[in-house]
Design a protein around this ligand. Structure first.
Ligand code: MSP
Length: 532
């Protein structure tokens, strides 16, 4: 956890803008947004960065194929696709960095000039394989024989596209010198690369011994020129990785840099783990900068068993989902359905089924039933609980457990599914409580004792919902705000975002007398959404 003057700093990879985002590329941003909203709601100072990776051969080829300059292409895609998708998925990032911005390019040049001056970079000649779709130099183990239209050629194992052979005079970073230092670092910091499968993969890769890294290209010019030899442009990855420091004041705003760096979590897909857990820490070691605290490699969204990708045109645009289900359900689905760190398949059937049973029925119905009963039986004014018997104690006990589990799972372990399971188990329990207590039957008895019991049941349910709104705010901010509103909580407790999540289980926060309104249905049935 970050100390009070340090920001809890989370990053997403910066995205290639050769094409528009699909749900695979929005997956990391969604997870980072849930994580950072959770930490903000713990009362921590948070910095959440995302952005775009705009240099490199892939981008240049795409721009040329579309008959525009690379800068025109990136400007258009960022404006029309990459910034809007943040709204589509309701991301609350603090900054958005583009690698064509001066605040980045100038600092990148300084960084590499310093390493060159320090003897970390030398000139040599490179001959090897390269996958333009990955923007990555490939080792023999990373490629396989092509089939079909690519028979007779070597193809990249990720993209199944032919790799190219590069023969060029390049500059090299002395990465091989960092083999032992990195291994010692992984040993001393067992939590540095997560989950365990990712860590094992990285450690065994580095154990084979690292080769020096080619960091420049001369065959095209869409990149940051090397300051000491401008015929060369920097390899896109070693330009891009630096965004994590240039965006938070490295070399320009020392105070902000001190407050923010090192990153607490770099969230990355498993395909780009080595860049973040091997090359990036070595670059930082060479520059004498602190290393990030954690690199978390998540799995892929699959289509037909393969990574959904722009290159293979298997992508689904996030808006195709949010237009129909809304951004809350979108965020919920990806965080609940797929264990973070493993691959998962997206399916419309699974999404619809979960929407209906978990969001509309279990959660949405609970919220509307409770609001309706407080209105029907108490004119919309929340009564005070008359007692706190065993059934209520079971609720408060379960809530305390759910808060603890959710905070540990979401806030620390990045196990979003585990956290949501705990919150939705609690929702199920409150539904079960109402089914057992049958307030609609109790209401028919006008005796004082029965009315007192009715007050207790409805208070217990409403106060449970108060806690649920707080716990779900990081995942589903819109419906949580609607629920907060319907409970009349703002008048007494203030804004939802100000409610400390770790304190959500403290019972009795919603005061009697709160004005409960029926409000809008949190998750309209799918047929109604389609009509509406
Ligand atoms: N530009 C580099 C990252 C540079 S970071 C200094 C890059 N860009 S990317 O657009 O190809 O991918 C960005 C992120 O999206 C990666 O973490 C990648 O794993 C993720 N995803 C792209 N397709 C994905 C799926 N189908 N499923 C889950 N995440 C995927 O790599």
């Amino acid at each position: 956890m970050a100390s009070s003057d340090q920001s809890y700093y989370v990053t997403t990879p910066i995205y290639y803008v050769n094409d528009a985002p699909h749900i695979g590329s929005a997956y990391t941003t969604t997870a980072g947004d849930v994580l950072t909203r959770w930490h903000r709601q713990r009362g921590e100072s948070v910095w959440y960065l995302t952005g775009t990776d705009e240099h490199g051969e892939k981008l240049l080829r795409t721009a040329r194929a579309n008959g525009v300059s690379p800068q025109e292409w990136t400007d258009k895609l960022v404006r029309e696709a990459w910034l809007p998708v943040l709204e589509t998925i309701d991301a609350a990032n603090d900054d958005f960095i583009r690698t064509t911005e001066k605040r980045h390019t100038e600092r990148v040049q300084e960084f590499w000039q310093n390493l060159y001056d320090a003897g970390e970079v030398y000139k040599g000649s490179y001959e090897g394989l390269y996958c333009v779709a990955c923007e990555e130099h490939k080792l023999p183990g990373d490629v396989e024989d092509g089939t079909g239209e690519y028979a007779g050629q070597l193809v990249c194992k990720i993209h199944h596209r032919p790799v190219e052979t590069i023969r060029e005079e390049n500059y090299f970073f002395k990465l091989s010198q960092y083999t032992d230092k990195l291994l010692a670092y992984y040993e001393e910091h067992p939590g540095f690369v997560q989950p365990a499968t990712a860590r094992n993969e990285v450690v065994s890769f580095v154990k084979q011994g690292l080769q020096d890294l080619s960091i420049s290209r001369t065959s095209f010019d869409w990149g940051i020129p090397i300051p000491w030899d401008p015929k060369h442009v920097l390899y896109v990855w070693i330009d891009a990785l630096l965004n994590y420091v240039t965006a938070v004041g490295y070399g320009s705003d020392e105070e902000k840099f001190e407050r923010t760096w090192p990153a607490d979590v770099h969230l990355v897909g498993k395909d780009i783990l080595r860049f973040h857990a091997v090359i990036w820490p070595a670059m930082l070691m060479a520059a004498g900068l602190p290393l990030p605290r954690k690199v978390f490699g998540h799995g892929w969204l699959l289509v037909g068993g393969e990574k959904m990708s722009k290159t293979k045109l298997t992508g689904i645009a996030p808006a195709q989902i949010t237009d129909h289900f809304g951004s809350d359900a979108y965020r919920y689905y990806f965080m609940r359905a797929i264990p973070f760190g493993q691959d998962g398949s997206f399916s419309w059937e699974d999404l619809s089924a979960r929407y209906t049973s978990e969001l509309a029925n279990d959660y949405g119905n609970l919220a509307s039933r409770v609001a309706a009963m407080v209105n029907r039986y108490f004119d919309g004014v929340l009564p005070a609980a008359a007692d706190h018997g065993p059934a209520e104690q079971a609720i408060t006990g379960a809530l305390a457990g759910a808060v603890k589990t959710a905070d540990e799972r979401i806030g620390e372990a990045l196990d979003f599914q585990g956290g949501l399971n705990a919150i939705f188990d609690f929702i199920k329990l409150v539904n079960g409580y109402l089914t057992e207590q049958e307030p609609w039957k109790v209401a028919k008895d006008t005796s004082e004792a029965a009315q007192a019991r009715l007050a207790t049941i409805l208070y217990t349910a409403a106060e449970s919902l108060r806690a649920v709104a707080v716990l779900l705010n990081a995942v589903m901010p819109k419906s949580s705000a609607a629920l907060w509103d319907s409970l009349g909580a703002e008048a007494s407790l203030g804004e939802l975002a100000e409610q400390p999540v770790q304190d959500a289980g403290r019972w009795g926060q919603l005061p009697a007398g709160s004005v409960v309104t029926k409000g809008a249905v949190l998750f309209p049935r799918l047929e109604e959404r389609a009509e509406g």
